[in-house]
Design a binder for this molecule. Structure first.
Ligand SMILES: Nc1ncnc2c1ncn2[C@@H]1O[C@H](COP(=O)(O)OS(=O)(=O)O)[C@@H](OP(=O)(O)O)[C@H]1O
Length: 408
C-alpha cells in the first residue's frame, strides 16, 4: 500500500452532494478571493493566521514553520493557558483556553496553531476578522497506521495485537464513550469538530460527509494534503504571499523505520470502511487541492517551485545538521532538541552541526526545536511573569501529554 500511495498522485473524486453555494472549486463566494493569483508586486504577506493542527498529519512540521515566522517578526501567538501545549484538546475549543483572553492582557493575536477540537465561533472571538484559516489532511490509511502505533495505549488499542485484529473486532468492541478512544475512529472529523461515530454501513453517512465537507469549505480558506507536503507548502506560500524561505522546513515528529508497519491491501480497505467519514473528507479535499494548484500556481510553476524548495532544504540540512538527517532519540545529544516520545513509536529528531556561526545556529536551532520545547519558549517570551509562576512548585500545572488533558 505505501508504495502505491506514493504513485497515486490524484485520487479520483467521488460524487458527493454539495450544497448549491459551493462552487466547483470548492470555494464559497465569500472565500473566492484567495483564488486570485498573487504576484510579488500586488500581494501583502498575511500574518493573521489560524491553523487547525490535526493529528499525525505533519502538523508539527507546519507548527514549526508558523512558530519561526511569528517569532522572527514579533507576532503574538494565541497560546494555551498555563503553559499547556494544547488548547485543552479533546474538549471543544473555547476562547478562554487562550492565555491573555480572560485577563485581557493581550490586545491582538496573530497566530493560533496548537491542537484543539475546532469550534469556529469560539476561534473567531480570539482571532481578527481577516484571519486566514487553513489545515492539513492525511490519507486515512497511512494516518491510522501511524495513530495505532503512537496511541497504542488508548483503551481501544491497548489489548489488541495488531491493527488488523482491531479492525476485525472493532465493530463489536469499540466503545466511543471511553476517554481517548476518539483517536481510533475518524480522527480528522473529530478534530474538525464533527461527530466521528460513523462507518461505511452508517445509514446517513453520505449526508453527514457532505455536511462536514460543506462546513470545512465554509470555515477554511485552504486545506493541505500531507502526501503532497512540498506542493502544499508552495500552495501555502502563494496563499499567504510568503517567500520560499518562510515555508522551508525539516520533517518533524517522524517515526523511525523500526516502528512502522507496512499494511496489506486488505487492511487498507478495512481502514477506509472503518474511517468512512474521514475517507470521504480526504477524497474531496484531495480533489480541491489539485484544483487550487491549477488556479493559484499552475502545474509548471508548481514543479519549479517544489524543486527550488527541495534545493533550499538540502542546503539547510547540509549546514544545520550534524548527521545530515533525522536520528533516533537515543542519539540526540541536547535534551532541548529531543522530541516527546509516546506510545509504541520511536520519534526521531536532529543534532545540530557544531561548526556553525552564532547567527546560523539560531536559525538552525529553530528549525529543529520540537513542538513542546518551542511552545514553552514562546509562552515564556510572551508571558515572562506567568511563566515564572508556572515554574513555582506551589503553582502546580499538570504536564500535558497528547490527548490526556485532565481538568482535575
Ligand atoms: N514534511 C513532511 N512530509 C510528510 N510527512 C511528514 C512531514 N513532517 C512530518 N511528517 C509525518 O507526520 C506525522 C506526524 O504528524 P504530526 O506532527 O501531525 O503528529 S502529532 O499529532 O502532532 O503528534 C509523522 O508520520 P509517521 O512517521 O507516519 O508517524 C511524520 O513522519
Amino acid at each position: 500500500f505505501m508504495s502505491s500511495l506514493g504513485s497515486q498522485r490524484r485520487i479520483s473524486p467521488v460524487t458527493l452532494l454539495l450544497p448549491k453555494h459551493v462552487t466547483s472549486l470548492g470555494l464559497p463566494g465569500s472565500l473566492a478571493h484567495i483564488n486570485s493569483v498573487h504576484t510579488k508586486s500586488t500581494c501583502h504577506p498575511k500574518s493573521n493566521i489560524f491553523f487547525l493542527k490535526t493529528h499525525k498529519t505533519a502538523s508539527s512540521t507546519i507548527l514549526n514553520i508558523l512558530y519561526r515566522y511569528g517569532e522572527s517578526r514579533n507576532l503574538t501567538f494565541a497560546l494555551p493557558l498555563n503553559k499547556h501545549s494544547q488548547l485543552f484538546y479533546p474538549f471543544f475549543f473555547a476562547s478562554h483556553f487562550v492565555e491573555g483572553v480572560s485577563s485581557r492582557s493581550v490586545r491582538e493575536f496573530h497566530i493560533m496553531c496548537n491542537h484543539m477540537r475546532f469550534t469556529k465561533s469560539e476561534v473567531a472571538k480570539v482571532m481578527p476578522e481577516d484571519t486566514f484559516y487553513f489545515s492539513i489532511l492525511r490519507h486515512p490509511v497511512a494516518m491510522m497506521e501511524s495513530i495505532f502505533i503512537y496511541y497504542k495505549s488508548i483503551p481501544a488499542f491497548h489489548k489488541t495485537r495488531s491493527l488488523d485484529s482491531f479492525l476485525d473486532s472493532s465493530w463489536r468492541n469499540y466503545n466511543s464513550s471511553v476517554k481517548n478512544n476518539h483517536y481510533a475512529h475518524n480522527i480528522l472529523a473529530f478534530d474538525f469538530g464533527f461527530d466521528n461515530n460513523a462507518a461505511a454501513d452508517t445509514e446517513d453517512l453520505e449526508e453527514r460527509a457532505s455536511m462536514a465537507i460543506a462546513a470545512i469549505e465554509r470555515d477554511f480558506h485552504l486545506i493541505l494534503i500531507s502526501e503532497y507536503f512540498d506542493e502544499s507548502m508552495i500552495l501555502l506560500k502563494h496563499a499567504l504571499c510568503w517567500s520560499l524561505e518562510d515555508v522551508v522546513s525539516f520533517k518533524l515528529n517522524s517515526r523511525s523505520e523500526q516502528t512502522r508497519h507496512p499494511l496489506l491491501p486488505n487492511t487498507a480497505e478495512k481502514i477506509k470502511r472503518w474511517n468512512a467519514l474521514d475517507w470521504r473528507i480526504y477524497l474531496h479535499f484531495n480533489t480541491t487541492f489539485w484544483h487550487k494548484v491549477d488556479s493559484l500556481v499552475g502545474q509548471e510553476q508548481m514543479k519549479r517551485e517544489v524543486s527550488q524548495l527541495r534545493e533550499l532544504q538540502a542546503k539547510l540540512a547540509n549546514s544545520c545538521l550534524k548527521d545530515g538527517g533525522a536520528v533516533d532519540p537515543s542519539q540526540i545529544k541536547d535534551a532541548g532538541l529531543k522530541p516527546f516520545q509516546y506510545g509504541a513509536a520511536v520519534i526521531q529528531g536532529y543534532n545540530l552541526n557544531p561548526h556553525i556561526d552564532r547567527q546560523t545556529k539560531i536559525k538552525c536551532q529553530r528549525l529543529i526545536t520540537p513542538e513542546l520545547q518551542y511552545t514553552d519558549r514562546l509562552y515564556t517570551q510572551q508571558f515572562p511573569e506567568l511563566a515564572a509562576k508556572c515554574m513555582d512548585p506551589f503553582f502546580s500545572v499538570p504536564i500535558s501529554i497528547p490527548g490526556s488533558y485532565n481538568f482535575t
